[in-house]
Design a protein around this ligand. Sequence first.
Ligand SMILES: Cc1cc2nc3c(=O)[nH]c(=O)nc-3n(C[C@H](O)[C@H](O)[C@H](O)COP(=O)(O)OP(=O)(O)OC[C@H]3O[C@@H](n4cnc5c(N)ncnc54)[C@H](O)[C@@H]3O)c2cc1C
Length: 255
Amino acid sequence: MFVEDAVKKGAVLINNAKVQSVIRQNGKAVGVRYRKNGRTLNADAPLVILSAGGIGTPQILRESGISRAGYDFFYDPLFVVKGVVKDNLGGDEIPMAAGVHMEDEGYLMTDMAMPRALNSLSALQSLKLNNLFTHPSTLQIMIKIKDELGGSLTDKGGVRKGLTHADKRKFAWGLSKARAVLKNAGAKDIHKGWYMAAHPGGTAKIDDVVDRNLMTEIDNLYVCDCSVVPEAWGLPPTFTLLCLAKRLARHLGEK
Ligand SMILES: Cc1cc2nc3c(=O)[nH]c(=O)nc-3n(C[C@H](O)[C@H](O)[C@H](O)COP(=O)(O)OP(=O)(O)OC[C@H]3O[C@@H](n4cnc5c(N)ncnc54)[C@H](O)[C@@H]3O)c2cc1C
């Protein structure tokens, strides 16, 4: 919706293009270099705002000479705890209809109705072959923790980050809570699925790689995505990112 508005107001949208680096002239960002259909092209712009996400943005920043991007980040790791009940629940509930944030213990839990195919894949990953076809009778609770900052990205965006002792403790608390809920709901065969992570961020932090107006040390080069979050997170980031983008738009408009 926001992109369509921008295009209506004259922005040029170039799809299926992968930005490689920022072009600089006299210390100022004046555009980006990108790959499209096997060709390397330039896009000129009076202002550059990188929004390639917690993993994409630091790669571009490094390619553009800001080498300290991509360290000490979070990714909000999670797993899903499952149990099988006698009833056939249908298997098509809306996921995350309810949730609770255990702020002091550092995790959040929600109901998590995965699609059938994903449920079978997860059963395969956890070697729970007896759960390959139990989808309509499976109750699932997601445990997502606020992981400590750490790790590093490779220049190609490979994620190198393990779980700390404190992270594992949060998972253990969440697992035991989810087990208790599922047990009280009459579930059997309670087990946890594979580890995943869905909120990479903190790779170009405010007060480090960008200032409080989201500008980098390169004049006219801004970042606006989950990279700029300055500390461990542990919550869904989308509303915060939309608010940051609106704030940046206002700041640039005034400037
Ligand atoms: C399965 C799943 C469920 C989620 N559920 C929720 C939820 O319920 N609530 C919530 O708030 N958040 C949720 N999230 C997290 C949320 O989607 C992300 O945190 C958020 O989208 C991050 O926004 P961003 O702008 O930082 O990056 P992104 O939304 O990832 O945007 C970055 C964009 O840049 C593009 N890109 C990357 N590199 C380049 C490059 N070199 N050149 C050009 N383009 C590039 C990417 O393709 C992408 O389109 C979920 C994430 C996943 C994976």
